[in-house]
Design a protein around this ligand. Sequence first.
Ligand code: R5P
Length: 293
Amino acid sequence: MPDMDDIKDGKSYHADVPQKCETFFLKGSNALDWGMKNRLARIFNPVSGRTVMLAIDHGYFQGPTTGLERVDINILPLAPHADSLMLTRGILRSIIPPSLTRSIVLRVSGGTSILKELSNEQIAVDIEDSIRLNVCAMAVQVFIGGEHERESIINMTKMVDIGTRYGIPTLAVTAVGKEMARDARYFRLATRICAELGAHYIKTYYVEKGFESVTASCPVPIVMAGGKKIPELDALTMAYRAVQEGASGVDMGRNIFQAEAPVAMIQAVRAVVHANETPEKAYALYQTLKNQG
Ligand code: R5P
């Protein structure tokens, strides 16, 4: 039956109200296509503009890392508190229930182990599998200054090209070789190269001096990597400073899942990232939640 309504007078077209035109909330992302933006909006909270990603992909080059021996037992209780899980397809398929609605950032580079030269990676996941797994972004390691710098950059640019075809963003993960200085100058160089070559957002470490120059000179969002386990208050302080100095959130692993009380820790990190809570108050929240068991 055709809709006859339309030929009647009196429909409300609100001709005097201009159609809303929303500017996308995420830095440097306004010109992206709808699918890309929608995926990014599932990683980054549109209200705070930030994300708490939980990185559990360590096994892809170093095997069963402390805290990740049993992802089913240790990590699944944390998942509802994360905005996003960063992991490999092996762990995703074998352990993570498909009913989990948190966004997935899939590790797609690999091919090396801690027994060999780490920078010698390749793309290790076909784009079809990323699509099949309904991921919101693909993570590629980039080794600026590393032995295989060029190959790792090309891995990233290839993923940007392929991902753009299907609306899937690429996260560039800046990996720092042991011999390199972890300072603002290095991270400005590494993050800017990744952004210039098309990465949609970038994961990098926090540095005490000049971190705001790293975030300011990078035209796309930066998420702070956690690094080695440090005391909980120090980790919360680092996350607090990173977001106050321009990071769009964190992608933390060991400082969450190796904490004495990981479920409490991820909630404290959320308070710092999404609610601008001070490290001291977030630490008090951590203690309270920890004591509640
Ligand atoms: C980088 O190599 C991987 O993405 C790591 O698994 C991740 O960066 C580690 O996170 P975190 O340093 O916070 O344990």
